[in-house]
Design a protein around this ligand. Sequence first.
Ligand SMILES: [Zn+2]
Length: 301
Amino acid sequence: MSKQRPSGNSREIHAVSLNKYALFFEKTKNIPGIKIVPSKPASDNDLLLAHSKQWLRRLKLNDLTKMEEEQLSIPNSKLLISRSWKFAGASIAAALNSLECGLGISAIGGGHHAKFNTGEGFCPVNDIAIAIKKIRKENKIKKVLIVDLDAHQGNGTAEIFHNDKNIFTYSAHQQFGYPEKRERSSLDIEFPPNIEDEQYLEVIQETLPEIFKKSNFDMAFYIAGADIYAHDLLGDMKVSMAGIQKRDAFVFKILKDLKIPIVLAFAGGYAKNIDDTAKIYFNTVKEALKSFPLFNKKIHF
Ligand SMILES: [Zn+2]
């Protein structure tokens, strides 16, 4: 999302950035056995696990106020809003896949700004919250950890799970800019502008392992935002591509040690050169494969 309030400019950047998925899928052809799996749309009842009836109705009718459209910051909202059910479907499928083989990947997932009653910041629905609530309901998992390393606070996820003691939300993000109004995660880490590899990695390596001592989690979601990248147009951080790869290697290694199902979602990524974002996502998958050799290589989108 934007450094400040969503602007016309950030809408354009987001629209152009959507080409990253095709570039990413092209790169995955270099990994033998990778399967790109189109997801079934989630049901209305699935969306209602994390969102209000009113919000669902308005999404269906595409009946958003000007302000809501502005908050969502999606220019061609009619097209993207209608895909909300698919975003959620991909993350549910990835979560189910993780129960089978230890890891699931939702390429289009990571709508961490969407709240119970509204969408914002390019996120009409919170596919992470929907998937967690659905899996928890059907598979009797109880405690879930969300590791959100997108450049922007996972404010929607924090709001939805605010009163839920069984969900731990860890969000490490830039200190200033979007979202202007922050919610309280279980643990928020804030980075000053222009943070570089060494300092960034040091903080993640110090704070993240501490979380695991707090609880026995049954499942973890990793929101591996690519917008912490130095050349990202909507992020305010200066982490190199190699630094992001080190971040992912570290996170996957410690998540693997938990021996619980892990769900990966890509979330933000708006690099000036769109191919850079695709490359960062690709590197994330490569790191995941190193830690999860039993992964069945299905990528849901
Ligand atoms: Zn972001």
